[in-house]
Design a protein around this ligand. Structure first.
Ligand SMILES: Nc1ncnc2c1ncn2[C@@H]1O[C@H](COP(=O)(O)OP(=O)(O)OP(=O)(O)O)[C@@H](O)[C@H]1O
Ligand SMILES: [Mg+2]
Length: 222
């Protein structure tokens, strides 16, 4: 089995007035196509860990390999290339641009990689179908409900079929039923596009939708 993410003894400290050690000796691996939840209390370092996996932060110590790339040794252009090719991010407060329609939002990452127009149209159709947002493609984000906005945000994240989807509290503002629906769409997407999924959540219900739960209390030796 191929390990798409491999963390070995990750250490991370933020430097403010005092040093704040957030991650201490974290080691775990994620297999290709696995669905993982990272849970833990507020301030336990979940977002920090997710940002390290997506190469938005370079850890202070340890080794992190994602899709064969040693993230601590990439140059700046290599980091940008890595993120564009391999990672789709979903944030709690969504990643939609408010003056673009849902269709234009999903299309934007495809334009960045110069995907031809007919291929873009085909993918948008497929993604909107999987996320059940076809009838909202020509709406602006402000015309959508919370759950629809989250699904559209997932659409943007998966626009270029990233092998790895990283989602930080994607259902943070949603009620129980809508959260379940969003998790189900995540499952659809990961199955349809063969992606690996790492979801950070406070929601204990997440365990019913993933293959494995990583609890910060167990993996962080702090
Ligand atoms: N950019 C930053 N600069 C300095 N300290 C930071 C920064 N980001 C996070 N921290 C600190 O690191 C710790 C872990 O933060 P992190 O955001 O990773 O936690 P979290 O588990 O995602 O919490 P939550 O569930 O509230 O989102 C916190 O004590 C926070 O104050
Ligand atoms: Mg967080």
């Amino acid at each position: 089995m191929y390990e798409i993410v491999k963390c070995e003894n990750i250490f991370h400290a933020y430097h403010g007035k005092e040093e704040n050690v957030v991650l201490q000796g974290i080691s775990f691996s994620v297999n290709e196509k696995e669905k993982i939840a990272i849970v833990g209390k507020s301030g336990s370092g979940k977002t920090t860990l997710l940002k390290i996996i997506g190469s938005l932060i370079i850890p202070s110590g340890g080794k992190i390999i994602v899709q064969g790339n040693n993230l601590r040794s990439l140059t700046v252009p290599e980091v940008l290339e890595f993120r564009r090719k391999y990672v789709g991010f979903v944030f709690q407060d969504n990643n939609l641009i408010d003056f673009l329609t849902i269709k234009e939002n999903i299309e934007l990452p495809m334009k960045f990689i110069n995907l031809p127009r007919d291929e873009r149209e085909k993918r948008i159709e497929e993604i909107a179908e999987a996320l059940d947002i076809k009838r909202h493609l020509y709406s602006l984000p402000k015309e959508l409900s919370g759950g629809e906005i989250q699904r559209a945000g997932i659409g943007v994240a998966v626009a270029n079929y990233p092998p790895l989807i990283l989602a930080d509290e994607p259902t943070g503002n949603l009620d129980f039923k809508t959260s379940e629906m969003v998790y189900e769409y995540f499952n659809n997407i990961s199955e349809q596009f063969n992606s690996t999924l790492i979801i950070v959540s406070h929601d204990t219900n997440i365990k019913n939708f993933v293959d494995r739960v990583l609890d910060m209390r167990q993996i962080n030796k702090i």
